[in-house]
Design a protein. Structure first.
Length: 208
């Protein structure tokens, strides 16, 4: 097997197509070409073929991950699971995630902060936020840090659910009081507000 061409990939900056037998056989980072010392006209040794296979798999996982991140932010474990569902093998996934982390494109703390900020503004409470982030694979340590930052950044963490609940209570004001109470409990529960704080807010909304 002879290297017939080394062509920069215009669609993937920093990547090179290795042409053998009249077609591009691998697309890999240019530094892999340099590391292997590949040149046009050079026979490919078995160990070089193995390294190219591995590098191409890693590049495929990396590009797939980039496309996912272009659509929306992900946590590390969530992204790894998505790559696995797309059929990428474990080692290329690990390599892709590590590369994205090194490039600053994957950061669980930044992801969790953005997630909590966006969802809390739409009325999700700490219980729901904690559950969602843990389900997405974010470590509990990171989750608790971000939730603590959220609590520290507001004067009264119940102001937002209080406003949401008051609006909902007005919408169902025509119902009997027990029906309203059940609906308000469910309304807050879906947003992650439970316990004594939730009960107090509900009674306040029913009185108002």
């Amino acid at each position: 097997m002879i290297v017939e061409g080394l062509i920069p990939d215009v669609h993937r900056p920093g990547s090179t197509r290795v042409v053998v037998e009249g077609r591009p056989a691998w697309t890999v980072p240019a530094d892999v070409i340099a590391m292997l010392g590949l040149e046009v006209g050079q026979p490919l040794k078995p160990d070089a073929v193995e390294r190219l296979d591995r590098a191409a798999d890693e590049e495929g996982a990396f590009r797939s991950a980039l496309r996912a991140l272009e659509r929306r932010a992900h946590g590390e474990r969530e992204l790894a699971r998505k790559l696995e569902r797309k059929g990428h093998d474990a080692e290329p996934i690990v390599a892709a995630v590590a590369r994205l982390r090194q490039l600053g494109l994957l950061d669980d703390l930044a992801f969790a902060r953005a997630y909590v900020t966006g969802r809390s503004e739409r009325g999700r409470g700490p219980v729901r936020l904690r559950h969602d982030l843990v389900s997405l694979g974010v470590s509990r340590e990171v989750v608790e840090q971000v939730l603590a930052e959220l609590r520290a950044g507001v004067d009264d963490p119940l102001d937002q659910p209080r406003a949401l609940l008051a609006k909902r209570a007005r919408q169902i004001a025509a119902l009997p009081i027990e029906a309203r109470r059940r609906r308000l409990v469910a309304f807050l529960g879906r947003r992650g507000y439970r316990g004594s704080d939730a009960r107090s807010l509900i009674e306040e909304a029913l009185r108002g």
